[in-house]
Write a protein that binds this ligand. Structure first.
Ligand SMILES: [Zn+2]
Length: 289
């Protein structure tokens, strides 16, 4: 017999070891869709619509629950900044911080994109990633990060003292203003921290600062998602282009991006269940919530 008090002592020693890394969130406990079903879903997909995102601008798109979308590099290496909302309730939006905690600083096939509280559920699942081969480089860099927020005109003003109107934050704001037919000032609070699609980033090993390097993305590369709920998306083609030199200016070559909307067969869709909202009762320990 080994797992009596000895086991407890060993555990205590292990937990108190200052050099021991403890993974904060047990990613193995994250609910996932059945792999066999996902394979049948992928095999049945057909492109039903395509949206073009102009360089230094953004576009919006809708994806019904159970359908898919893929972000495609076209014409040249280009990074995209992605926002996602619950199409039926725009107060529920992509939560990059929780996605980072649950998965990693960078996401790939099998990882899920989580929504803000109180809904906090998977909004989308990454089902294919042609840049999965990149993994982690020797400087700690990876692709598709959930650590950068999005380039924005306020930080640019602080650092450079000039106004630039085609940062991803502004591109996403204009796209949502057009989508909702509302003024920019009204829709701006809807814009949130992004998934940096195709962007190659990390933290420097010595000072732990956020760095970027030229994305390995090439035309034809794509990142594909299953919509776990009804989604409204907005994608910006970052003014940084491949983000290998500068951003927040008009100097860097930029290219369009494409979003393909994908529909599965009726048969596969019939067996799809949308992701349920989080089951927490929201009482927060109070008798009256
Ligand atoms: Zn940007």
């Amino acid at each position: 017999m080994f797992c009596g008090s000895e086991c407890f002592i060993i555990k205590r020693l292990w937990w108190s070891d200052p050099g021991g890394d403890v993974i904060c969130y047990e990613v193995g406990a994250v609910p996932r869709r059945d792999e066999g079903w996902l394979r049948r879903w992928r095999e049945s997909l057909q492109v039903v619509d395509s949206v073009r995102v102009a360089p230094r601008d953004a576009a919006t798109f809708e994806v019904p629950a159970g359908h898919g979308f893929r972000i495609l590099s076209v014409e040249g290496p280009q990074v995209g900044d992605l926002n996602l909302w619950n199409a039926d309730d725009l107060s529920e939006r992509f939560f990059s911080g929780k996605t980072r905690q649950l998965h990693a600083t960078h996401v790939t096939r099998g990882d899920r994109l989580w929504s803000s509280m109180p809904g906090i559920r998977a909004m989308a699942t990454i089902t294919h990633d042609t840049l999965e081969w990149y993994g982690w480089d020797e400087e700690g860099g990876g692709v598709h990060d959930v650590i950068g927020t999005r380039c924005d005109p306020y930080t640019n003003r602080l650092l450079k003292g000039v106004d630039y109107h085609h940062c991803c934050h502004s591109n996403l704001t204009r796209a949502m203003a057009r989508r909702l037919d509302r003024p920019a000032s009204e829709v701006e609070p809807l814009i949130h921290d992004v998934l940096n699609v195709f962007m190659c980033t990390g933290f420097t090993l010595d000072t732990h600062q956020y760095f970027m390097k030229a994305s390995p993305v090439r035309p034809g590369d794509h990142l594909e998602f299953l919509a776990d709920i009804n989604l409204l998306g907005a994608l910006s083609a970052c003014p940084g282009g491949d983000c290998g030199s500068s951003h927040s200016d008009d100097r860097t070559p930029c290219y369009p991006l494409q979003v393909d909307i994908l529909a599965p067969s009726e048969e596969v869709l019939a067996s799809f269940e949308p992701e349920p909202a989080n089951a927490y009762d929201r009482s927060h320990g109070m008798t009256e919530a």
